[in-house]
Design a protein around this ligand. Sequence first.
Ligand SMILES: Nc1ncnc2c1ncn2[C@@H]1O[C@H](COP(=O)(O)OP(=O)(O)OP(=O)(O)O)[C@@H](O)[C@H]1O
Ligand SMILES: [Mg+2]
Length: 276
Amino acid sequence: MPHNAPTPILVDALSKAYGRGTTITPVLRDITFTVDRGEWVFLVGPSGSGKTTLLSILGCVLSPDQGRVEVLGHDVRRLDPHAASQLRLRHMGFIFQRFHLIRGLTAQENVCVPLTLQGVPEAAARRRAAELLDAVALADHRNKNVRKLSVGQCQRVALARALVTNPDLILADEPTASLDGQHGHAAMQLLRDLTARTGATVIVVTHDPRIQSFADRVLTLENGCLCSGEQPADRPDNDDSTAADSTAADSTLSESNAAEPATRRDSELQPILSLG
Ligand SMILES: Nc1ncnc2c1ncn2[C@@H]1O[C@H](COP(=O)(O)OP(=O)(O)OP(=O)(O)O)[C@@H](O)[C@H]1O
Ligand SMILES: [Mg+2]
């Protein structure tokens, strides 16, 4: 993204409800915030507070009912489905708790998918995918079916796939929740290392206190309202340097919630991968 590019995320008085008539459920209420280029913003809050809904709006999968949302300079309410899928394909990378890799394909084939959808010739796509798999230390596993990879390796394939197009904006929904502490921390460190060069903006929905030291800013949602936008004091690089130049602090690690049952939220962001 050029340096004179628009503010990556601008949200002004956003409201969103599900349902209609008497069964209407307000989910997001009068949310306002902006995110600067290269910033790492974490969205936290209790289950059901609207985090995935907000991330889905930032991914142009859902539209706001009220308010203005601009993503990479595009008014989300004015994007038709094709334009939204092109914006996702060309400028966004998505990372999910349960990875959503295509079973039956190799690691390299999975990483190639966004490039193939962009029309990149196969040989070039395979080369670029191999570079990314090398960067996530999976060079030796690139021809393995992803079914045969460990959980931590699958998350690294998912990171490689999210980054293979050099996205301007990365949206991650609980990216470490299926990983143990060590792998969760390593995945975030890798994401920081891989985005350091591109200066991508990163939004992470998380319940995971172990990775919050990676955030420049934490936004807390409660009952659909935004409570705060503080900077974590313990991040070592909250100075004049950009987020893209920074390195992550060590975080205290605890058990993962990999055993958490599958919920509706996985299916919500699935349409992103079909890229319409
Ligand atoms: N498609 C839908 N139809 C109706 N209600 C929905 C829909 N999607 C979400 N909701 C409701 O909206 C509220 C916010 O859901 P959302 O998934 O955004 O929360 P969340 O903060 O991501 O929760 P979690 O931490 O459990 O993932 C919840 O009460 C949920 O039941
Ligand atoms: Mg959620």
